[in-house]
Ligand binder design. Structure first.
Ligand code: PLP
Length: 455
């Protein structure tokens, strides 16, 4: 692919910005991809070219771009109350309404706490777990178990929970008290002849052994995305959460569901943990909480945690945690409207109806020589590019083939995300049959072009 010289806007960008998750040298050579506007399923670049946004931005714009109701809600809220906070007993109606809606949708949620990002939500989760265990007289019980390839954010503790090497390397992470157990990925991890259930049981035995080794009195919580997102859209093997939940219950270890990607219909139920059949003590939400139109995250905790936290804070005199923009009226108003839209338009039902087509189109690509595995659940999917289909081989160096594939797709008008050599799919949940056709039509050709380049 030949590249034109950088435009004026691209030059301004590389001279002014440090970009997240970007190779600065490559950026300086190739220039940023500048998006100027968006509509429905599509974004438009500075030259007016149109792209289908197959990742909903960063897994967040579940209602697509330009939803008139969300825009009007935001405008109206900014006009009426552009800012207020929840510190020192202050409140406002959008915060109350959204918390009520979350409680209605999330079974077992007793109290809702707001932040601005998914990272902050998980940071809050860990602080709440520590606070809770101090409150209930278990001050030694503080270790948190996450999983290799998990993505829980980038603040100090949430980045420690994240199980991806580049989030730790040269950041002096992970911090202590954070442990990682295996990624539940049968294609890569199951032994020959081991079926999904047997593999899930083995992962649960490994978790049990880890807790026993560390000392059950020192292990506080296990955190998991129902379907791993940024680690490569990894759907756990059958029976996984059932087995894991039994181990956690035996050792009095809390289960935190990170629903930042899976929440609000993405897997065909309101929450991923419902689709995968487990009951968390606490839930992290962000992204589709506001359909991506305003920054907001929420943590919901169950009645037992809520009661202990409230009692302890009352005894101390204050609950010493909170963010200036936690529960921002803009985010809360947009969030409440997004949830109302999801309910009114039955977005989880739409996902259940359209997902079989999406998954069939995805899995039809599994025979391509560049595809190691095609996988997914609901409107989440991945093509793992690999030298063969064994589940044992990977490209060296990692990431180059995936990056090329993403570039080939973008040149053909489709934006998908390369996570190493895994191509992720997370289209807006409002996608219909025509949108799915537009999403998949250029993929075989892009795979062929990538294969020809890789040889
Ligand atoms: N948790 C999950 C499952 C995520 O996918 C992400 C972001 O992709 C986060 C947490 C962190 O969210 P944020 O980037 O808003 O801090």
């Amino acid at each position: 692919m030949t590249r034109p010289p950088l435009t004026n806007m691209q030059t301004r960008d590389v001279e002014a910005l440090l970009h997240p998750y970007t190779n600065p040298a490559t950026l300086r050579a190739e220039g940023p991809f500048i998006v100027s506007r968006a509509e429905g399923l599509h974004v438009f670049d500075a030259e007016g070219r149109r792209y289908l946004e197959g990742m909903s931005g960063l897994w967040c714009c579940g209602l697509g771009f330009g939803d008139a109701e969300l825009i009007e809600t935001a405008r109206e809220q900014l006009g009426r109350l552009p800012y207020y906070h929840l510190f020192a007993g202050r409140s406002h109606e959008p915060a109350i309404e959204l918390a009520e809606r979350i409680k209605e949708l999330a079974p077992g949620a007793a109290r809702v706490f707001y932040q601005s990002s998914g990272s902050e939500a998980n940071e809050t989760q860990i602080k709440l777990v520590w606070y809770f265990n101090n409150a209930r007289g278990k001050p030694q019980k503080k270790k948190i178990i996450s999983r290799a390839k998990a993505y829980h954010g980038v603040t100090i503790v949430s980045a420690s929970l994240t199980g991806l090497p580049y989030n730790h390397r040269d950041f002096d992470l992970p911090v202590d008290r954070i442990l990682h157990t295996a990624t539940p990925h049968a294609w890569r991890g199951a032994e020959p002849g081991e079926d999904e259930r047997a593999y899930a049981a083995r992962l649960a035995r490994e978790l049990d052994a880890l807790i026993e080794r560390e000392g059950p009195d020192t292990v506080a919580a296990f955190i998991a995305e129902p379907v791993m997102g940024a680690g490569g859209v990894i759907v756990p093997p059958e029976g996984y959460f059932e087995e894991i939940s039994a181990v956690l219950a035996r050792h009095d270890v809390l289960l935190i569901a990170d629903e930042v990607i899976c929440g609000f219909g993405r897997t065909g139920q309101w929450f991923g943990h419902q689709t995968l059949g487990f009951k968390p003590n606490a839930i992290s939400m962000a992204k589709q909480l506001t359909a991506g139109y305003a920054p907001l995250s929420a943590v919901a905790i169950d009645a037992e945690m809520a009661a202990a936290v409230e009692d302890n804070a009352s005894r101390i005199g204050v609950f010493g945690h909170g963010f200036t923009y936690g529960g921002h009226p803009l985010g809360c108003a947009v969030g409440a409207k997004a949830l109302e839209i999801y309910q009114r338009r039955d977005i989880p039902g739409h996902v259940r109806r359209i997902a079989p087509l999406f998954q069939a189109r995805l899995r039809a690509l599994a025979d391509h020589p560049l595809v190691g595995e095609a996988r997914g659940l609901g409107l989440l999917g991945a093509l793992e590019l690999a030298p063969d289909k064994s589940g044992r081989a990977a490209f060296e160096p990692a990431g180059k083939v995936g990056a090329r594939m993403a570039a080939e797709l973008q040149a053909r008008g489709v934006i998908l995300r390369a996570m190493g050599d895994v191509i992720g799919f997370c289209p807006p949940m409002i996608i219909d049959e025509d949108g799915i056709e537009e999403l998949f039509a250029p993929i075989p050709d892009a795979l062929d072009a990538t294969l020809a380049w890789a040889r």
